[in-house]
Design a protein around this ligand. Structure first.
Ligand SMILES: C[S@@+](CC[C@H](N)C(=O)[O-])C[C@H]1O[C@@H](n2cnc3c(N)ncnc32)[C@H](O)[C@@H]1O
Length: 292
């Protein structure tokens, strides 16, 4: 990459080939996103400036990004950005990179909501994308967002400050419902919604994950015991104690967990109705249950 006049188009072509040789799954896209990030342009602007020369001041940091990418550092950790519900969020290694399929959780809540001023609890907020995008769409809602990881909550707080009035979301640290118990020992606070994108990968599946995920994303955000259901089981059992009458529990599940989750819900008399919603690939990925 030294001693040569590089144009945007040459750099993209070279990087795409280099990424291909190193088994990077979306070589062209990743090359474009990384170069656009460094040049502070959109991908469209890159195309409009294909012939533009790229100078050493940018080539040196670009080389660093390429090096990290072939070591499988996820692109979002290199750019510190991820879009979710058309909003721009900050991310780094302290949090799971939000997945597009999780937008369906937010869309379902916005579609099924009944009132304008509801009270919502998000458990395991990570980067805060679910709580924050709901707060953007529903500024009247009272939202509490929790996570067991304090470093993750720092990221969530930063994202909330970017997009909403910070008083709208209260962030609490702790294991699942513990922080709610702590602020509400008498059990008077009840929620209309409890939402969660829990960790649900089996510990035994560790070596089947791609290195981008396995070696970089927080373990606590991914794994939930030997069968992947450790958090989901507790969620189903404990949520009714914190839901208002006709309250809703909604959470994401793994591709193969629908049948087990069905039997767990069937065995819990506090829920009167429930449905499993399919994603765009026709897989059941969201559980929505109502209490009496
Ligand atoms: C799959 S990530 C979801 C993050 C974010 N809500 C999203 O959808 O992108 C799961 C999150 O739950 C948190 N977590 C894991 N176990 C937890 C527990 N027992 N109590 C509270 N949070 C937990 C992790 O720290 C992580 O941030």
């Amino acid at each position: 990459m030294r001693n040569k006049m590089w144009r945007v188009v040459d750099l993209l072509d070279w990087t795409t080939r280099y990424f291909e040789q190193h088994g990077i799954r979306n070589p062209r896209l990743d090359a474009e996103v990384l170069l656009a990030h460094l040049l502070e342009k959109s991908r469209l602007q890159l195309y409009l400036h294909f012939e533009m020369p790229v100078f050493q001041e940018h080539l040196t940091p670009y080389r660093e990004l390429i090096k990290k990418r072939i070591e499988h550092t996820p692109v979002s950790y290199l750019t510190n950005r991820k879009e979710f519900m058309s909003l721009d969020f900050y991310v780094d290694e302290r949090v799971l990179i939000p997945r597009p399929e999780t937008e369906q959780l937010v869309e379902t809540i916005l579609r099924e909501k009944t009132g304008n001023s509801e009270r919502l609890l998000e458990l395991g907020t990570g980067s805060g994308v679910i709580a924050t995008s709901l707060a953007v769409h529903q500024p009247e809602w009272e939202i509490i967002a929790t996570d067991i990881s304090e470093p993750a909550l720092a990221v969530a707080q930063k994202n909330a400050e970017t997009h909403v009035h910070t008083a709208q979301i209260k962030f609490l640290t702790g294991d699942l419902f513990e922080p709610i118990k702590a602020i509400n020992p008498a059990g008077n606070i009840r929620f209309d919604w409890i939402v969660c994108n829990p960790p649900y990968v089996k510990k035994t599946e560790w070596d089947t994950l791609s290195p981008d995920v396995r070696d970089y994303e927080p373990e606590i955000a991914l794994f939930a015991g030997d069968d992947g259901l450790a958090v989901i089981r507790r969620l189903i059992a404990e949520a009714p104690k914190y839901l208002a009458p006709n309250g809703k529990l909604i959470f994401e599940i793994g591709e193969t967990q629908a049948d087990t989750v069905r039997s767990l819900i069937d065995a819990e008399p506090a829920y009167c109705t429930y449905k499993l919603l399919k994603d765009y690939a026709e897989k059941e990925r969201i559980l929505l249950a109502s209490t009496r």
